[in-house]
Design a protein around this ligand. Structure first.
Ligand code: NAD
Length: 707
């Protein structure tokens, strides 16, 4: 994401200063005062992106509570569990453990080779039910003989942790107050290591964990928080004051940022291709950003060397993959050259990734999860990042920006030296990580699909947008009425789920711009619904040439133009796709006073067949829905068409819906949601071998049966 403070999961707001802390604690109103204070501290720390990356780090507090079984006082520890972000931590995001039992685990600890077994043992230390699953870092918090512990991933701290001479720099930066703990994969042994450091160095307020982050402690929550912030801010100052001016080296000729318009144009031109490439193993949603720190990194001599070293903090590379794919051409290289080179580099990336897997995997390793990159860097243009949904894609980009800051800090005082590749592999293919993935809920049917629905600000289009979003699609709500489009996009959950674009489908330029906005928002487009429409109901003699042209330019010509642009983007992606036309019963049934509308609908209906025939070879399916009599929620009916049709049929306008229902075979009224159901039926996966079909959604109108 391009705006640093648009924190991924929606971070809590910062409440600075010791004075406000107690009050915040009371306001958070957890069950136990220690819990309330811990949540407030976590929110303050998590609200500032300098303190920890999204969903990174964990905090804990120890205290006493009454055991409901014995009535006696017991020592407990509340610690942030697996998942979630510090900035928005809730009581249910904490695990509560019995301290005596947790510490007794040292007696059965089988050694570092089998330390993973201890994670299952944490469950036997839980106090009561509910709460989050204890995370791998539980031992670090529990084994430290201090009441409060913060484990954080600040960019400044990781920069020291990933500097080649991090240990000396830590000493230089903090003297005796902060210890150095060499890299060790998170787990029980790391907890024992840190506890030993605390015992040997009672004067220390925390430690820098090599290759990873920081841990700070204190006897009170305030002291712990102050110690965390002291370490983070001191490291920031140290890097700033002591650091070299150009840590990424001199500017590289031709690799500087393009002007903003040119950058967007280029990003939009490359996005579908890049998304198609990185979706070889499984489809991914994309995110593009051109934050100054990304462009600056890519404009410097050192970026190829540093990018090749990959990210370091486990949180980072789990999201970004061990390393990004970097286009090695200047910003203004001809587009065709850039496209060809990206294809080559992608093949190389996949081969390298497979080799990395094969170098480190053993018989017990989970199978390779896919060899496509999660981050693609294009000098002058920015960063494309990918994931199973928009939020994951955006966070991958955010993490790579964290990694850039880490590299900047480390290179400014030393040289960047992330953990060994073999250690990265151990984390990426860790059985505990694999188990976490297995526990994930099954993806929704339209997960990873990017839909663009025209006329989605109202009626049937809005119902389609809602349904596609509910089934997991990212939705581009396209409408000539910008306000209504924006409202629908907001209702669907905002930019991680849906974006609004203003588009008049009679304009080629606006359609091209709408698709550019779509590919910049989500990486590409897979499912396009031609729904925008208007209705003019007049007898032949009263139908003007303007009426005819307007009706046709929005529906017949408009859907042709939208389909043409959609097919272009889908062709570049090479991932197939769906085009769906919301045609009409009136494209089949010859009703009175309807020549312009009915003829335009018949035109759309034949586009379905023509394009199904033409685009099948590209894996693009083209189908249609023929609704009828959708009165409720339809702007068309509210805007005069209803009155005209009611007059034609000789019924009061408010009874038109029931009138249509009565003349159907099923006797049921058709609602926008029923049309949306048909769109989902066509695109949700079950009709994968169907193209060129029209589905009537009219409650049964024999005169409109398709033959
Ligand atoms: P609606 O008026 O509620 O929605 C149509 C939307 O299209 C509106 O948001 C409008 O702003 C938008 N639009 C109009 N002109 C546009 C343009 N030039 N560019 C972009 N957007 C534009 O109507 P509805 O009933 O939901 O109809 C949606 C589609 O369903 C239309 O194609 C219509 O012909 C078709 N349809 C409707 C019925 C029905 O009974 N309501 C029946 C069969 C087919």
């Amino acid at each position: 994401m391009s705006v640093p403070d648009q924190r991924s999961g929606g971070r809590g707001s910062a409440q600075g200063g010791a004075a406000g802390r107690r009050e915040d604690g009371a306001r958070e109103a957890g069950e136990h005062p220690e819990v309330a204070a811990l949540l407030a501290r976590s929110h303050r720390l998590g609200a500032d992106p300098r303190n920890t990356n999204y969903a990174g780090g964990n905090t804990s507090a120890k205290g006493t509570a009454t055991d409901p079984v014995t009535g006696e006082s017991v020592d407990l520890m509340w610690v942030k569990g697996s998942g979630g972000d510090l900035g928005t931590l809730r009581p249910e995001g904490l695990a509560a453990l019995r301290l005596d039992r947790l510490r007794a685990l040292t007696g059965v600890y089988p050694g570092v080779g089998r330390e993973d077994e201890m994670v299952a043992a944490f469950d036997y230390c839980l106090h009561g039910k509910g709460g989050a699953a204890p995370s791998i870092d539980t031992a670090m918090h529990g084994l430290l003989p201090v009441a409060h512990v913060d484990h954080l991933h600040p960019d400044s701290g990781i920069a020291l942790a990933c500097a080649a001479d991090g240990e000396e720099l830590t000493r230089e930066c903090f003297g005796d107050r902060v210890a150095w703990v060499p890299w060790r994969r998170p787990g029980f042994q790391l907890g024992l290591d840190i506890a030993a450091v605390r015992e040997a160095r009672p004067e220390a307020i925390g430690c820098v964990l090599g290759g990873h982050g920081i841990t700070a402690w204190g006897e009170s929550g305030e002291e712990c928080e102050d110690n965390s912030l002291h370490i983070i801010r001191t490291a920031e100052r140290f890097l700033q004051e002591r650091g070299a001016a150009e840590p990424f080296g001199p500017p590289r000729e031709g690799f500087g940022p393009l002007a903003e318009d040119e950058r967007r144009e280029r990003a939009a031109a490359l996005a579908p291709l890049v998304r198609g490439l990185v979706s070889r193993d499984r489809a991914q949603v994309g995110h593009w950003e051109d934050a100054p720190e990304v462009l600056e990194f890519l404009s410097r001599e050192a970026h190829p060397r540093l990018a090749a070293l990959g990210t370091s903090c486990p949180d980072h590379f789990l999201r970004t993959k061990v390393r990004p794919l970097v286009l090695d051409l200047p910003a203004r290289a001809p587009l065709e050259e850039a496209v060809a080179r990206l294809r080559e580099l992608h093949e190389e990336y996949r081969a390298d990734y497979r080799a990395y897997y094969e170098r480190h995997a053993d018989a017990s390793s989970p199978p390779m999860r896919g060899a496509d990159p999660a981050v693609v860097l294009v000098p002058g243009v920015g960063m494309f990042s990918f994931g199973k949904d928009k939020q994951t894609a955006r966070v991958a980009g955010e993490f790579y920006r964290n990694a850039i800051r880490v590299m900047r800090g480390a290179e400014s005082v030393s040289s960047y030296a992330p953990i060994e590749e073999s250690e990265k592999f151990r984390i990426e293919y860790w059985e505990l990580e694999e188990a976490k993935l297995r526990r994930m809920p099954a993806p929704k049917p339209l997960a990873t699909r990017i839909a663009l629905v025209t006329g989605a600000g109202s009626g049937i289009g809005r119902a389609i947008a809602r349904r596609l979003a509910a089934e997991g699609a990212c939705v581009v709500v396209a409408d000539v009425d910008e306000d209504s489009a924006r409202k629908v996009a907001e209702e669907l959950g905002g930019p991680d789920r849906a974006v609004a674009v203003a588009v008049d489908v009679t304009s080629e330029e606006q359609i091209a711009a709408a698709f550019r906005a779509a590919v910049l928002a989500f990486g590409g487009v897979d499912l396009v619904v031609n729904n925008a429409g208007i209705s003019i109901s007049k007898p032949l003699a009263e139908t003007t040439a303007e009426d005819w042209d307007r009706q046709h330019s929005i529906m017949a010509r408009g859907s042709f133009l939208v389909s043409r642009e959609a097919a272009r983007v889908m062709g570049e992606q090479g991932m197939g796709g769906d085009l769906v036309y919301i045609a009409s019963k009136n494209g089949v049934f010859a009703g009175p006073n309807n020549v312009a509308y009915g003829a335009a609908k018949a035109d759309q209906a034949h586009q379905v067949r023509l394009l199904a025939a033409e685009l099948g070879a590209s894996g693009i399916r083209v189908n249609g829905v023929n609704p009828d009599g959708v009165v409720r929620g339809s702007g068309i009916f509210a805007g005069g068409w209803g009155a005209q049709r009611a007059a034609v049929y000789g019924v009061p306008e408010e009874e038109l819906g029931q009138f249509y229902a009565r003349r159907t075979l099923l006797g049921r009224e058709v609602l926008p949601e029923h049309v949306a159901n048909a769109v989902f039926a066509l695109t949700g996966g079950d009709l994968s071998h169907t193209t060129g079909l029209h589905i009537p959604v009219d409650a049964g109108v024999a005169a409109a049966f398709l033959r």
